[in-house]
Design a protein around this ligand. Structure first.
Ligand code: PMP
Length: 302
């Protein structure tokens, strides 16, 4: 597998292991970082495209605004920068881009700058549960509340909550976890959004269920509604409704679409990945790999 040799810091390409940040910077001391995970897919003809780059950048910019960072990210040059980064690393397979914007200054907690950014291009294995599906447990950790540490913002600080959840799931012998809101409604997995199929209806927790406004979730809603002519139900989901699911899956840029075959050691449907999940996986890969025409302007060429 290819390995990253170069990393981009504040627009400059440097050796991968030369990137550094002061331990007293606000980014380290107070977790003042917003970030994105973006995929660049390798198409059959060897070209690469970044998938939904503009939506990732938009979410990052809103994150910077909410966290009151000084300055703005130069979004128009970003596609150029990320393309240069990817080419410099000479990948021979799909690329996962990690883009971080952070306060590199040292100071009191309310310091707003100076702001720096780093982009890394890395290989990423196919998620190991994509075929056989995963077993989830409902966590006893609650998902962050919107008025405490807004989950809509992809801030590294929010991943303390996600990490505790994931660690508990591992200790309990699950492959992953589902989190509930403080009010007890289904929210999301630590790094992915959740969907379930019940009696032929596709259901996902609403954007007000303390979830990240996931780009993959939006891709799935768009594809499903266009191909079936039916609406996805975006609403509150009770914990006990999970046990009525015929199928379930989680989704995200990194995870893509991963079937969920068990929840709390109860089988989801027949306990194997179901047909709606399989069909959405098929459609998703056709779209991200450019096998079907780009009907939504989702691809940015590298
Ligand atoms: N929820 C959380 C908490 C995440 O970290 C991610 C991964 N970014 C997702 C959902 C999926 O979001 P996206 O589809 O935008 O990658």
């Amino acid at each position: 597998m290819w390995q990253p040799s170069r990393i981009m810091v504040d627009g400059e390409l440097i050796a991968f292991d030369q990137a550094c940040i002061h331990p007293l910077s606000l980014a380290v001391a107070y977790a003042t970082t917003v970030f994105e995970g973006i995929r660049a897919y390798r198409h059959a003809d060897g070209r690469y495209t970044l998938f939904r780059l503009h939506d990732h950048v938009r979410r990052l910019q809103i994150g910077m605004k909410v966290m009151r960072f000084d300055g703005r990210l130069e979004a128009d040059r970003l596609a150029e920068h990320l393309s240069a980064l990817i080419r410099a690393n000479e990948p021979d397979d799909d690329v996962y881009v990690r883009l971080l914007v952070y306060i590199k200054g040292i100071g009191l907690m309310a310091t707003r700058g100076p702001v720096g950014w780093t982009a890394a291009a890395m290989p990423r294995d196919k998620p190991k549960f994509a075929e056989k599906g995963m077993q989830l447990g409902v966590s006893s950790w609650s998902r962050l509340a919107d008025n405490a540490s807004p989950p809509r913002i992809k801030a590294t600080a929010n991943y303390h909550n996600a990490r505790l959840t994931q660690l508990q799931a591992q200790s309990d012998g699950y492959d992953g976890a589902l989190m509930l809101t403080p009010g007890g409604k289904v929210s999301e997995a630590p790094i992915a959004c959740f969907f379930m199929v019940r009696d032929g209806r596709l259901i996902t927790p609403s954007l007000s269920s303390n979830i990240l406004e996931s780009i993959t979730r939006d891709t799935i809603v768009t594809l499903y509604e266009a191909t079936t002519g039916r609406r996805v139900e975006q609403r509150e989901v009770d914990r006990s409704e999970l046990y009525f699911a015929d199928e379930a899956f989680v989704c995200g840029t990194g995870q893509e679409i991963v079937p969920v075959v068990g929840i709390d050691r109860l089988p989801v449907g027949d306990g194997v990945p179901g047909p709606v999940t399989r069909e959405l996986q098929r459609q998703y890969f056709e779209v991200v790999r450019g096998i079907v025409p780009d009907a939504h302007g989702w691809h940015t060429p590298v």
